[in-house]
Write a protein that binds this ligand. Structure first.
Ligand code: FAD
Length: 441
């Protein structure tokens, strides 16, 4: 019998693992178990809708998904339809590739007011993730504040500010586009606790903010460092170059005259949020000025407020515990030894390492775990894998979505797209299942 391996989660980490496994062990059987009817994790639900080139990486994943020995069981959630313990009795090895879907919470007074949405939820909403279909953020405000200095913060600011023309070839869902494009938002403040040298934007994303046709980028020249060597001293050479490039871009923004663009993105550094103010709803946010000394970020005792009706904390993601696997609540990951969790149980991607890095950063995780599985599972394979899985899913009346079903959904999404949009996404699981099976009478 050939080795049966289940990968829970079909984001980049899951796909790189499947790719490595099928190369290392051509006769093993690899099954994806994915809670959504759609594959690709954050490539579909996180990467910005106007960054379609980035999303094209899924074409490579597709080659893996179409392999004879690989099956896809979408719309099957471990912890809801089947437990992890049950799955482990069916497969010789189980790989957790379940990502880090939750927001790190902003813990300041007022963070629970209406109008505060963590970036995981907000990005999920504008990307048509079914979990966030009903978020319905109130965008009836002139100003929004995005807290954080990473690429997700930039994505959020750009999606809020970009013109309908600029989004024409995106897959922004209709219910989202109509809200964002009707919103009176003219100013988005992207605020970082530390200085520009510490911002984690990649330069391509930052520069894009200078090329939007309706939005002028604002930077305070006095927040930019005069002496790069000092502020970048703690960083490795490659990092230093990337950060120097960001500072150069910010300097260009600071010198740029507004050519009559009606909207503004304000990059504000050295400010930590201390309170969200207002009644039930957000009306303003108070920041404390900071300084960075010897690498430490210190409060200065000076405060200022930004009036706004929308706050998007973009301060990081965390994983959620899965029954049957250990969990390190402090770090928000499953404790593991470079991917090994327990005999026959492995972790890859953000659930293994935490939420950092780009798509390709997940590839080495897959390679390592494929090697471990080859090393660890030495006894004769004994699990029945997909035969048992399918029998149990049928017993429980779980309507799983296989890869052929997903291709049908994808074809409908492409067919339904209007204008230059690449697809019109299905945004609820019910709509997807009904589209496949017909609507119930
Ligand atoms: C908003 C955002 C934008 C990003 N943009 C970029 C970008 O432009 N370029 C770039 O290089 N990187 C980008 N990244 C980073 C990149 O998306 C991640 O590195 C990558 O997606 C992590 O892969 P993963 O497989 O660990 O997790 P995920 O991609 O999150 O995949 C996890 C999968 O597991 C499934 N799952 C979870 N729990 C269960 C369960 N119990 N049962 C079954 N299935 C389950 C989920 O539905 C999901 O499909 C972005 C990240 C975010 C958050």
């Amino acid at each position: 019998m050939s080795l049966s391996i289940a990968i829970i989660g079909s984001g980049p980490a899951g796909f790189y693992t499947a790719d490595a496994l099928t190369s290392a062990c051509p006769d093993c059987r690899v099954d994806f178990i994915e809670r959504l009817p759609t594959p690709f994790g954050l490539i579909r639900g996180g990467v910005a809708p106007d960054h379609q080139t980035t999303k094209r990486v899924t074409k490579k994943y597709e080659n893996t998904a179409m392999m004879e020995q690989v099956n896809f069981y979408g719309n099957v959630e471990i912890g809801r339809d089947l437990s992890l313990d049950e799955l482990r009795t069916m497969y010789d090895a189980v790989v957790l590739a379940i990502g880090a879907p939750a927001d790190k919470k902003l813990t300041i007074p007022g963070a629970d007011k209406i109008g505060v949405h963590g970036s995981a939820a907000f990005v999920g909403w504008y990307n048509g993730h079914p979990d966030f279909r009903d978020l319905e953020p109130d965008l009836n405000t002139n100003a929004a504040v995005v807290i954080g200095n990473g690429n997700v913060a930039i994505d959020v600011a750009r999606v809020l500010l970009r013109s309908p023309d600029g989004m024409a070839d995106s897959d922004l869902p209709d219910h989202v586009a109509s809200r964002i494009h009707a919103a009176p938002i003219t100013d988005v403040h992207v605020v970082g606790r530390r200085g520009p040298a510490d911002a984690k934007f990649t330069n391509v994303e930052l520069r894009e903010m200078g090329n939007l046709n309706m939005t002028h980028p604002c930077v305070k020249a006095d927040q930019l460092p005069d002496d790069l060597d000092t502020v970048l001293a703690g960083y490795a050479e490659r990092d230093r170059r990337l950060r120097a490039r960001n500072i150069e871009t910010l300097r260009e923004f600071a010198a740029l005259e507004n050519q009559g663009k009606p909207k503004k993105v304000h990059f504000e550094f050295f400010a930590t949020p201390v309170e969200i103010m207002g009644g039930e709803r957000v009306e303003a946010i108070r920041f404390e000025r900071t300084t960075v000394e010897d690498g430490k970020c210190l409060g200065s005792g000076q405060f200022f407020d930004i009036e706004c009706g929308l706050v998007i904390p973009s301060i990081g993601y965390r994983s959620e515990p899965l029954a049957g696997a250990p969990f390190d609540d402090k770090q928000g990951i499953i404790p593991n030894d470079n991917g090994r969790i327990a005999p026959g149980l492995y972790a890859v991607g953000w659930i293994k390492r935490g939420p950092s890095g780009v798509i390709s950063s997940n590839r080495p995780d897959g390679n390592i775990v494929a090697e471990y599985i080859a090393e660890d599972i030495t006894a004769d394979p004994k699990r029945t894998g997909r035969d048992r899985l399918e029998a149990v899913l049928k017993e429980r009346h779980v309507r799983w979505v296989d890869y052929a079903d997903w291709k049908k959904l994808e074809a409908m999404e492409i067919e339904n797209a209007a204008g230059k949009a690449p697809r019109k996404k299905f945004v609820t699981v019910d709509d997807m299942i009904h589209a496949l099976d017909g609507f119930p009478n």
